[in-house]
Design a protein around this ligand. Structure first.
Ligand code: TRP
Length: 331
């Protein structure tokens, strides 16, 4: 039995990039027979940036509803709020006692912040850096190690964090014996989903397509995808077409072949966009309806998250008990 775990911060409504690049692959992994999986909502990680209680609450539900609408089977996978598993935070403290400050200094997110301050000519290079941001990798290590995860599916920007978790686990194990499982990251190779303007799809570039847009808005967005100015009848190259790339993510082999032929024959960009829109709308509509249904039934979501947290806590408290004993903490 292999254990996989991944977390999503409740900061934004998910877009195609999140879904295709991270959520769908994680859900596929979770479906396998010999796999136990935990997919959680990293609300306390989001507290490093989200200080609006309404957004925090609503986005937490939205992430949970997204996982379920996208096919998570709550009977098989565990879904929970990070904040509902207090063992995480006890473990985070323990881990912090085995994490050198230098290790945190080298974390990409922190380094990027320092560099931005440097470039802005700030005299305080730690300007805007909270301890939450600085020790973010330790809390993430606690999420992963508490669950004894074998594999952590993540986007490329999170690989270093999984490696840090491994480093910290090694330190603890060197002191107390093999208690913590050393996790491996699973990164989606070549899975960068490109946004409307041709850059990586990201909310920060504002080039993203939200996952659950209603049809009219979805069509409008798809029509905005950047194309070249070749005339409608000119043959088009599928290998350099963003529309084609996105189509491939949702289409069957046969559908892909058909569109390829149309490209070669010559097809107006507007028509290609229409084909993409129709396919995606058909694929995502049922998920969008399910998402809305879940968002209108918070008590169901609460129950689901609560049940998930009980399972996570059961496993987490066992690990913590073992660790406490090894450390000589408690009676
Ligand atoms: N840091 C991750 C992100 O920003 C979210 C996260 C928190 C996470 N804890 C995790 C991911 C544990 C995987 C495993 O996307």
């Amino acid at each position: 039995m292999k254990t996989i775990l991944t977390g999503v911060k409740p900061t934004d409504l998910p877009h195609w990039g999140n879904y295709l690049g991270a959520m769908r692959p994680a859900l596929d992994l979770a479906k396998a027979k010999d796999v136990k999986s935990a997919l959680f909502i990293a609300d306390y990680h989001a507290l490093t940036t989200i200080h609006d209680p309404l957004i925090m609450k609503e986005m937490t539900y939205a992430v949970a509803a997204t996982w379920v609408a996208c096919g998570l089977d709550p009977q098989k996978a565990i879904i929970y709020r990070q904040s509902d598993v207090p063992e995480t935070f006890e473990l985070a403290w323990i881990l912090s006692c085995f994490s050198s400050k230098g290790l945190m200094n080298r974390a990409h997110a922190y380094k990027a912040k320092v560099q931005a301050n440097e470039e802005a000519g700030k005299s305080d290079l730690d300007f805007g850096v909270s301890m939450g941001l600085f020790t973010y990798p330790i809390l993430m290590a606690a999420d992963i190690l508490l669950f004894s995860a074998d594999e952590v599916p993540v986007g490329e920007d999170q690989i270093q964090h999984v490696e840090i978790a491994r480093d910290i686990a090694l330190r603890v194990n060197n002191t107390y014996g093999e208690i913590l499982k050393l996790p491996k990251f699973v990164a989606q190779k070549n899975k960068t989903i490109v946004g409307l303007d041709g850059r990586k799809m990201s909310k920060s570039y504002n080039n993203h397509i939200p996952l659950f847009l209603e049809s009219k808005k979805l069509r409008k967005m798809v029509m905005k995808i950047k194309t070249d100015s070749s005339p409608p009848e000119a043959p088009k190259d599928p290998s350099t077409s963003l529309i084609f790339d996105l189509y491939k993510e949702f289409a069957t082999e046969e559908q892909i072949q058909d569109l390829r032929l149309s490209y070669e024959k010559g097809m107006a960009w507007g028509d290609a966009k229409q084909v993409l829109f129709e396919l995606v709308d058909q694929k995502l509509s049922p998920m969008r309806i399910e998402f809305q249904k879940l968002m209108d039934d918070k008590s169901y979501l609460n129950q689901l998250l609560h049940e998930g947290s009980l399972k996570a806590r059961e496993q987490g408290s066992q690990l913590l008990a073992q660790l406490r004993k090894a450390m000589g903490i408690g009676a």
